[in-house]
Structures are given as structure tokens and as C-alpha cells.
Design a protein around this ligand. Sequence first.
Ligand SMILES: [Fe+2]
Length: 297
Amino acid sequence: MSTIPFTPDLSVKPEVTAFFDAPTNTISYIVKDPNSTSCAVIDSVMDIDYAAGRISYEGADEIIAFIEKHNLKLEWLIETHVHADHLSAAPYIQGKLGGKLGIGENITIVQDTFGKIFNEGTEFQRDGSQFDRLFTDGDSYQIGGLTTHVMHTPGHTPACMTHVVGNAAFVGDTLFMPDGGSARADFPGGDARTLYRSIQRVLSLPRETRLFMCHDYGPNGRDIQWETSVGDEIDHNIHVGKGTDEDTFVKMREERDATLAMPKLIIPSLQVNMRAGQLPPKDESGKSFLKVPLNGL
Ligand SMILES: [Fe+2]
């Protein structure tokens, strides 16, 4: 589990376009094969006004417009993990443009955990069948001529995967920018020690590997950024850089996590994202509802 399950090839250079969602500080990506029209969308966002219970698709429509404008063929919709801070727009985009929806195989663990917390009935399948493909560690898939390799990088959640395509790696919430450190590891199924080991795995990619973040919060007032490199993370990451050892990281991460409030959108996000971005089934009134478990999280 500690080694990289494939041979990195930095000569392969996918074209990466980023889309920043300001309300949730999420970055979505279009990854394009430079030698064909094939592309993938990673971690798309559905808009929600939670106070009003209203969803919309402005952000997803921008991604769709980009793909249509450049006549691209959408082959994959990738979720790096089950996000707890934004809702996925993958099924909406898939409905307009096609493509297959993929996530890590441990989605089944996440579905089991949150299926219980939200007291979902037996109609909620916990076998990952809402997705088209469940990735295992060392798996690969094609975006046109690009081969994407999948590495299991749990710790933030059990299903987190890092997707490596040529000289680019999409790390989800495994790492933040060097001055942001790392993501929390205190959600159900998260674990700081596991996260440290996953981060070491990402940092064992070649130093020049481009790393693309799922989130950035612009620490200390700097502008939002989403791209760094393995070398920069090793040299400068405030949580794991400069050879920080495992016990030091775990202590820091656990102490810090104990101070963090729940993400504003965790309750709607989990209920939608554990269903691959689908809204909960409509009831007899024809409407879809979200639950709020009291003292359940
Ligand atoms: Fe996350």
C-alpha cells in the first residue's frame, strides 16, 4: 500500500482547466487529452441555497458550456471522495453530456456509515451501485489516449482516491496548498494516521508532479490558488513538509480537528453525495426532502 502502484510518466501532459466555486471554496476540473477531444470532469459542484432549500446549477452549467464550446467528449465524471462540504453535480452533467461516473470502492463503507446516521431504509443501496465504476487501488482508466491511474489515499474519508494522469495528480482533500496544510480527518471513517500515510504516498510521486487541490481557502489573505507540486509540498507544507514525522502530524491533526466546526453543508452534502449526487427519492407528494438528524453527527 505504501508504494505507487504504477510507473509515473511525466512526459504525458493533460490540459487542465479549473473552475472555482466561491460559496464552498471548491475547485472542479476539466482534464483533457491533448491529442483528442476526450475529457473528464473531476469534483463538480451543484449549487444550493440551504436556508431556502433551493438547488441550482450555475456552476455545472459553466462546465457544460466549456465542454460544448470546445466540442469535447465527456468520458468520465470523477468524484475524488464523498464530499461533506458541497453537493456533486455529476448526475446533472452526465444527464446532459453522458460519460461514466466513478468513485473509490470504499464508497460502500461511507454509504453504510451514513445510511445508518440518516436512517435510510432498505431502498438505499449500500453497494455503490449508484455509480458506473468503483475504483480499486492501482486501477486505471482511459480519457481518450490518456491513462489515468488511481491510488487509494484514505484518511480524510475511507473512499478517498488520488487520480494521477501523466504529470498531473488530483489529490482531492488529501492535501491542501503548502500554506493550507491538510484536510481534517475527524469525519466518521476518517483517521489522522491513515491520512499521514496516504499523504506520504502522494509525496512519493516525482517532485515535478503537478498537484491539483479540491479546496483552497486563501489562508492569510492570499488569493485563491489550486495548483502546486510534490516538491513544493515536501519543502513547504505546514502540516507534513520538511520531513514532519507521523506522530507529530497525528497529534497536530487531532488537536486541530477537535476545534473545527462542522462544514455548513455537511448534512445536505452527505445525503446527496452518498447517492452519487442524486437527490433523495421523491415521496408521495412528488417532492424530494433532506433530513436533519438531531445530535446524529
Ligand atoms: Fe472532502
